[in-house]
Design a protein around this ligand. Structure first.
Ligand SMILES: Cc1ncc(COP(=O)(O)O)c(C=O)c1O
Length: 419
């Protein structure tokens, strides 16, 4: 019987990445190469590495592992997710239009707005869940440099049909770029859906332990991959060796963590969806979520980010709810083993002006959870107690409905839909 060739699956590849790579010592786990510079063999003859800003063995191991996970030709590991986004945007034509979602990460919005103010790009925003709106915008614009996507979106977990928007972008000659931070390559691979570039804040699920700020931009084609590496070096935003080592260690457990995160997110969603103090729950895993079917098709799981609106809570009600929590830290960021909760309007999305927040549907009573990997029973008990306590304090008052409603609600309440 002929043996089939060994083809490692993603979860094997990340565990094996860099293992036994150090021939000199036979170290099973790769060492950290902190050296900023590398000696030439002799004049005119550098070795494989010469200067860490340009290339570093530890960072290279992480870059290769991430490229394998995303099915990329290569790319660059950067000092933050924002650095990866800034580098990726350099591939777009100078002065060209960048089309972004209306409810993307606040920092991306701030960067695009600042670049537009300096005349470096034209910044256009569209609800990417509305394919007709994307198509007519692209038609109207004619030439577009980049179509930027984020799915699920932050913080309202809207789902964009990535293959469809990527196809529209390509038809117009635009580069299709996707921020895949919320799902990680364990649950979604945008390059396989046709994207040119995929970007990550490795600060989140990829590192997974809330102890590194980092990023990566990876490309489908060798040319784009080389251009990303070139810009990373040119701008000097490549990731540090120690951070690369920690992130490489983090991704070895990515698949296990994602499964545990998601299980907890589902359990918390169930609780929230059945509690009278919660008006609306946003989680693509809920069958009533408008993007549920697309998510089932293009993702390998629903992820562990969820948002919810407290029923008619004023500022004091939101504060009281948050103060009562014991197992959720009130903090920005996401994707670590510990559960976090944040108030997007004043925290992650404070960089958006009030008008943009309102257009995106980010209200004052919206809270976002990054479900950690703790015992679900503890998380549920904590959340339930906080909801009950806040409701009992009587902070619930009449609160205007969200302008944009694209989530999932429970019981007899109105089903979400894009307006
Ligand atoms: C979806 C998304 N993209 C990019 C970033 C930016 O990443 P970093 O904070 O690592 O610069 C964040 C940060 O929260 C994010 O949530």
């Amino acid at each position: 019987m002929s043996e089939r060739p060994f083809v490692a699956r993603a979860r094997t590849r990340v565990v094996r990445a860099g293992v036994e790579a150090d021939a000199a010592t036979g170290a099973v786990m790769p060492p950290i190469h902190l050296s900023s510079t590398f000696a030439f063999e002799r004049l005119g003859k550098p070795r494989a590495y010469d200067y860490t800003r340009t290339r570093n063995p530890t960072r290279d191991q992480l870059t290769s592992a991430l490229a394998e996970l995303e099915g990329a030709a290569g790319g660059v590991v950067t000092a933050s997710g924002m650095a990866a986004i800034a580098v990726a945007l350099k591939l777009g034509k100078a002065g060209g239009a960048v089309v972004a979602p209306h409810d993307g990460y606040g920092g991306t919005y701030r960067l695009l707005k600042a670049l537009a103010a300096r005349g470096e790009i034209r910044f256009l925003v569209v609800d990417q869940t509305d394919l007709g709106a994307v198509e007519s915008l692209l038609e109207r614009e004619g030439e577009v440099a980049v179509v930027w996507m984020e799915s699920p979106s932050n913080p309202l977990l809207r789902i964009t049909d990535l293959a469809a928007v990527i196809a529209l972008a390509k038809r117009r000659g635009a580069l299709a770029m996707v921020d895949n931070t919320f799902l990680s390559p364990a649950l979604q691979n945008p390059l396989a859906l046709g994207a040119d570039v995929v970007v990550h804040s490795t600060t989140k699920y990829l590192n997974g332990h809330s102890d590194v700020v980092g990023g990566a931009a990876l490309a489908a084609s060798p040319e784009h991959a080389a251009a990303l590496a070139w810009w990373g070096n040119c701008l000097g935003v490549t990731g540090a060796p120690f951070d690369s080592f920690l992130t490489l260690r983090g991704i070895r457990t990515l698949h296990l963590r994602m499964a545990a995160h998601e299980e907890n997110a589902r359990g918390l969603t169930e609780l929230l969806a059945s509690h009278g103090a919660v008006r609306r729950v946003y989680y693509p895993g809920l069958p009533a979520h408008p993007g549920h079917e697309i998510a089932r098709r293009q993702q390998r799981g629903f992820g562990a980010m969820l948002s919810f609106e407290l029923e008619a809570a004023d500022e004091a009600g939101v504060a009281a709810f948050l103060e009562g929590l014991r197992c959720f830290s009130l903090a920005e960021s996401l994707g670590g083993v510990e559960s976090l909760i944040c108030h997007p309007a004043t925290m992650t999305h404070a960089a958006m002006d009030a008008e943009a927040r309102s257009a995106a549907g980010i209200t004052g009573n919206l809270l976002r959870i990054s479900a950690g990997i703790e015992d679900l029973a503890d998380l549920r008990a904590d959340l339930l107690a906080a909801l009950d306590r806040s409701a009992a304090r009587g902070h619930w008052i009449a609160f205007p409905a969200a302008e944009h409603d694209n989530g999932s609600v429970k019981g007899s309440k109105r089903q979400g839909g894009t307006r």
